[in-house]
Design a protein around this ligand. Structure first.
Ligand code: ATP
Length: 364
């Protein structure tokens, strides 16, 4: 019996260049049964090429791909996509227009007619499309077509499901529901899933593990909570939200700023450091006749700034300040509606437990 914990997919050192330019450069990760790994990163970072090499539609130059312990690609080895036992779901999911819904779902299925029909019915029920079998794709909404595509990809019970921006063609209202249905079914089926996306929200919502990619490499890998709350560098932090940056210089493992001193161990004396904080972790307080709140160990000292502009975004308001100490801009996010007028004075503090300290030399 196969080991239920053995990885469904193991990718080692995947490498590929186009025109002499490395596009995927030593990518390694593995995916357990029922696990969703999101390859997340900006356009052009090599996510799709990685997925295509795993699928077998692109050749790799170095590295190995193993599915359920069996080598699919490696030095001198390249199994075609149909021999890999992978399910594919791409943005332009391209149902076969001339086939019915049932015909689409049954497309990759072997076995006798009755067994195929049973599997098609079972899957259509799972994706809430019972009774849609005789229809044709053009009679379906975008969300329904997406669910047919999911059923079609799952029909042969692939050990590994590869999805490239599968939800990006759907409007926002549909997307959340379909993501949840998809996730439930994939977990039940026990497939290992690799999902490519450039949207951090989607990765946070779907992933058990996020592999953050940049320039053809995985720069950070971990549970969404860890990647969000312990980014490896400023760019990793900034990929998930706007960030504020306060610059300073480390001396004796401390960096003095207008917000008080920050511990900056590991940075040499004289090294430029950047203290990075997300807008929701700035605290703001009212001006009390030219004074702000008293310093606290948790939040350090308050620094004064004036509102440049405030915008309401639905769940939160974003307020941009010009800081007195150096004229720099900082942005705070406040839940709900908070729209102070330009020029209003406030005092800002920084939640020490939520700030990240990086050397200023790292890539932006
Ligand atoms: N067949 C190809 N020939 C030449 N260059 C290619 C080829 N396929 C991809 N590239 C280049 O490789 C780089 C990575 O492409 P890839 O599609 O993997 O990125 P991505 O992270 O998935 O981006 P996107 O989200 O925009 O699809 C891009 O610069 C792209 O132009």
């Amino acid at each position: 019996m196969p080991d239920a914990r053995a990885p469904r997919l193991e990718v080692q050192g995947l490498t590929r260049a186009f025109g002499g330019r490395p596009v995927v450069d030593g990518v390694s990760f593995s995916v357990a049964p029922g696990q969703v790994t999101c390859l997340l990163g900006p356009s052009g970072c090599g996510k799709s090429t990685t997925l295509r090499m795993i699928a077998g539609v692109e050749r790799l130059e170095a590295g190995t791909v193993r599915i359920d312990g069996v080598a699919m690609a490696g030095p001198g080895l390249h199994l075609p996509p149909e021999k890999r036992g992978v399910g594919l779901m791409f943005q332009d999911f391209a149902l076969f227009p001339h086939l019915t819904v049932a015909g689409n779902v049954a497309f990759g299925l072997g076995g006798d007619k009755a067994a195929r029909a049973r599997r098609v019915d079972e899957l259509l029920e799972r994706v809430n499309l019972t009774g849609f079998g005789p229809k044709h794709p053009h009679q379906l909404s975008g969300g329904e077509q997406q669910r047919v595509a999911l059923a079609r990809a799952l029909a042969p019970r692939p050990g590994v499901m590869l999805m490239d921006e599968p939800f990006s063609g759907l409007d926002n209202r549909l997307r959340d529901g379909i993501r949840d249905v998809t996730l439930d079914i994939l977990k039940e089926e026990g497939a290992g899933v690799v999902l490519v996306t450039h949207e951090p929200d989607e990765a946070m919502r779907m992933a058990d593990e996020i592999a953050l990619m940049r320039g053809g490499r995985i720069v950070q890998k971990g549970a969404p909570y860890n990647v969000y709350n312990a980014p490896v560098d400023k760019a990793a932090a900034a990929f998930f939200s706007d960030v504020n940056v306060i610059r300073g210089m480390s001396r004796g493992a401390l960096t003095e700023t207008a917000f008080g001193a920050f511990l900056t161990p590991g940075h040499a004396d004289g090294a430029a450091v950047e203290i990075v904080i997300r807008p929701q972790h700035l605290k703001i307080d009212f001006d009390r006749g030219g004074r702000g709140p008293l310093p606290t160990p948790q939040d350090g000292m308050a620094a004064r700034g004036e509102v440049v502009r405030a915008r309401y975004l639905g769940r939160e308001s974003l307020v941009e300040f010009r800081m007195d100490f150096d004229g720099s801009r900082l942005t705070a996010s406040v839940p709900g509606v908070f729209l102070p007028g330009p020029g209003t004075a406030f005092w800002l503090m920084i939640r020490r437990d939520k700030c990240f300290v990086f050397g200023a030399g790292k890539p932006a």
